[in-house]
Design a protein around this ligand. Structure first.
Ligand SMILES: Cc1cc2nc3c(=O)[nH]c(=O)nc-3n(C[C@H](O)[C@H](O)[C@H](O)COP(=O)(O)OP(=O)(O)OC[C@H]3O[C@@H](n4cnc5c(N)ncnc54)[C@H](O)[C@@H]3O)c2cc1C
Length: 318
């Protein structure tokens, strides 16, 4: 099938969709409307486990397989590595947590995901084996360089990847589709801090390089704005303090809103003739976007049907 996939939006959804379309041999053009606040603030971590509850993420295996295949293709095709090497290490607070981890990892599917516990400072931590992170600003810039600017060529599909507020205002998505979640992060210098990777206790500490770390993130369902709060910073500093008792210097404190949906499932599919959306990625855009972008392209090319779980029309009329 020929024609251009015209992608509108400048965040993780638009960028990953562009890469997946190029991987299929399609041509893409794109327009960025404004900076992607949610994507630019994202720590970029992917992790198939909900660590607080030790539950597997929805469709984790398909999502990881597609993520690894996509970024492997980017590296082979363009020589650009977008995946960073650090894995997530979960803090195991006490003997019970340590035993639970050891018990789970004896059997599939956990044996594929849970690594051996090890000592880190005075605490126990253990790696999540198929986890990692993507430097999101680099992903966004890289995919923008591969998209043509808008042309007069015939358009196969227009895909709107507009995040929450504009998804409702412009894309015909029902307001009830969304249950957006504000999140705050800190950037800090941690002189003397050393860790085996991204440590997760009550918060993530993500090494950005040159002594700089991102500490995140909070989840707030009220005051859906991009204004950092004292409550958010207190929560993050308390979390940081439970993992690191050395010196720290605050560099930056920011907030954005995650485009999460009311039923925690994304929005992937048609919203009108030739018009499509990829939205509602919530707090797991990095993990889910490659799989969902591939499924959206299948729908556009007529080789895949919409899934009832992710079809945006499930909220129509509600
Ligand atoms: C604090 C915080 C930490 C996070 N950490 C992680 C993490 O570690 N891992 C993870 O996977 N996810 C994380 N997330 C979630 C992640 O950021 C989202 O899943 C992701 O950003 C959603 O991407 P998006 O492209 O759908 O939306 P957005 O990033 O909101 O991008 C939407 C884009 O569309 C553009 N746009 C809007 N309207 C128009 C229009 N009319 N025309 C053209 N363009 C338009 C906007 O300018 C913007 O560029 C985090 C989020 C927050 C807030």
């Amino acid at each position: 099938m020929s024609g251009i996939v015209r992608i509108s939006g400048g965040g993780i959804a638009a960028s990953v969709l562009a890469l997946q379309a190029l991987r299929r041999g399609l041509r893409v053009e794109g327009s960025t409307w404004a900076p992607a606040a949610s994507s630019l603030l994202a720590s970029g971590i992917y992790n198939p486990i909900v660590l607080k509850r030790m539950k597997l993420v929805w469709r984790w295996k398909e999502a990881l397989d597609e993520l690894e295949a996509l970024y492997g293709w980017v590296e082979d095709t363009y020589g650009s590595s977008l995946l960073e090497p650090e894995q997530v290490y979960q803090r195991l607070d006490n003997a019970q947590k340590l035993n639970e981890w050891e018990g789970l990892r004896a059997d599939a599917p956990w044996s594929e995901l849970l690594g051996s516990p090890m000592r880190w400072n005075v605490q126990w931590v253990a790696p999540v084996l198929r986890s990692g992170w993507v430097r999101v600003p680099r992903l966004l810039e890289f995919s923008q360089t591969l998209m043509k600017s808008v042309t007069e060529e015939p358009v196969l599909a227009r895909v709107h990847c507009h995040g929450w507020a504009q998804g409702v205002r412009r894309d015909g998505l029902s307001e009830r589709s969304f249950n957006p979640v504000k999140g705050e992060v800190l950037r800090v210098l941690l002189p003397g801090y050393e860790a085996p990777g991204i440590v997760h206790g009550p918060v993530f500490i993500l090494p950005l390089g040159a002594g700089l770390y991102q500490v995140g993130a909070t989840y707030q369902w009220d005051a859906l704005d991009e204004v950092p709060t004292a409550k958010g910073s207190d929560e993050l500093i308390r979390g940081l303090r439970s993992l690191w008792d050395g010196p720290f210097e605050l560099v930056e404190h920011r907030a954005a809103v995650r485009p999460a949906t009311a039923d925690r499932r994304p929005l992937v599919g048609a919203v009108g003739p030739g018009e499509w959306v990829l939205n509602g990625l919530g707090s797991r855009g990095i993990l889910l976007a490659p799989l969902l972008a591939a499924e959206l392209l299948d729908q556009i090319l007529g080789v895949g049907a919409p899934l009832s779980e992710t079809d945006p029309s499930r909220f129509a009329g509600s």
